[in-house]
Design a protein around this ligand. Structure first.
Ligand code: P1T
Length: 379
């Protein structure tokens, strides 16, 4: 099945009892058993719920994986991966990543004896140099949040396979329409469904997908034991979002490219970060592993100060000043004081987040209106 067909049909069967074409919201905590241990596959909704199961199957199919698990947020999904590790284990992560991911690594799991190393990953040799016998996991975000570097998943996968280390990819910015890390050799794919997959800024949810049955057993064990599941109403909304994922992503990618090209011509702009631009240092890797370049565009200003960025953000009329991304409406944010404020300033600067960096989540509105808003805000 091709992607667009999978987005509409995969994992979803008409409801057995009524024929309802949309998966019902099974708003129930428990299920009546015929006799002790004899039930219809569902015993308690923390362990398994039919609406959540449909979403988990749909996501597994879209990522070309075998097993999916959904959680109450993207961070709860990341939490599940880290709970597969033990004290003393080491993780190597991209140095440019969502501030909340850095926060769970540095303020929660470091306290439990897990050591984190950060590097740019533009060359697999930089990752190899940090590996030792304690390395268990390589954590990759690509494109990175917020400077939109693109990391070669296939090259990293050959390194992690050789050394028997797990490779997990946060695919939130790309979605499986744009990039499918399992096909490139990753072991685990993670999503904040809150973003493009949900697509309508109305849910907070996360997911993991894998094809490895041992990892899947661990994933479901932790999902049930820690209990960070999503509710059935949210699972239903995510399923509805998925049905238009391919259509939305096509427009996000078109609008993202048009915004990036337009910003490059603006005299107030210093740099535009968007892998679709031919002069982006990772353009070649992006063309190889991605189908489109998403609607995420970052740029910084010639007058590089947080105050100047705040002034521009205040002038936007259509781009809404807000955290998050991936919804149909366009958003703008200031990573240094918003999404990435939990990263110490020296670490932030090392990963290329300047004081005036502005991150756009380009929505699916009419492109003329978006370009007009950018021009008037930067004038
Ligand atoms: O917000 P939550 O659903 O828990 O997802 C966390 C997360 C994980 N990975 C990436 C790449 C993310 O961007 C996020 C959340 N990011 C934002 C809220 C943001 O504005 O960047």
């Amino acid at each position: 099945m091709k992607f667009a067909t999978k987005a509409i049909h995969a994992g979803i069967e008409p409801d057995e009892s009524t024929g309802a074409i949309m998966t019902p919201i099974y708003q129930t905590s428990t299920y009546v058993q015929e006799e002790v241990g004899k039930h219809k596959g569902y015993a308690y909704s923390r362990s398994k719920n039919p609406t959540r199961s449909a979403l988990e199957s749909s996501l597994a199919a879209l990522e070309n994986g075998k097993f999916g698990a959904c959680f109450g947020s993207g961070l709860a999904a990341i939490d599940c991966v880290l709970k597969m590790l033990s004290p003393g284990d080491e993780v190597i992560s991209t140095n440019d990543l969502y501030g909340g991911t850095y926060r769970i690594f540095s303020t929660i799991f470091e306290r439990f004896g897990i050591k984190f190393h950060y590097t740019s990953m533009d060359e697999p040799a930089k990752v190899k140099a940090l590996m030792n016998e304690k390395t268990r996991l390589v954590w990759v975000e690509t494109p990175t949040n917020p400077t939109l570097k693109v990391i070669d998943i296939e090259k990293l996968a050959s390194l992690t396979k050789e050394t028997n280390v797990l490779l997990a990819v946060d695919n939130t910015f790309s979605t499986p329409y744009v990039q499918r890390p399992l096909e490139l050799g990753a072991d685990i794919v993670m999503h904040s469904i809150t973003k493009y997959i949900g697509g309508h800024s109305d849910i907070v949810m996360g997911a993991l997908v894998t094809s490895n049955s041992d990892l899947a057993d661990e994933m479901y064990r932790i999902q049930n034991a820690s209990g960070a599941i999503c509710g059935p109403q949210d699972a239903f909304l995510a399923l509805r979002g998925i049905k238009t994922l391919h259509l939305r992503m096509q427009r996000h990618c078109e609008n993202g490219m048009a915004v990036a090209e337009h910003l490059q011509k603006n005299p107030a702009v210093a740099n535009v970060f968007y892998a679709g631009l031919p002069d982006h240092p990772n353009h070649g890797v992006a063309r190889k592993q991605m189908n489109g370049f998403t609607g995420m565009v970052s740029f910084d200003l010639k007058n590089d100060s947080a105050e100047n960025a705040h002034r521009v953000l205040k002038r936007f009329r259509l781009f809404a000043l807000a955290e998050s991304l991936g919804g149909v409406e366009s958003l703008a944010g200031h990573p240094a004081t918003m999404t990435h404020a939990s990263i110490p300033v020296d670490v932030r600067r090392l990963s290329g987040i300047s004081d005036s960096l502005i991150r756009l989540s380009v929505g699916v509105e009419d492109i003329d209106d978006l370009l007009f808003d950018l021009d008037q805000a930067l004038a």
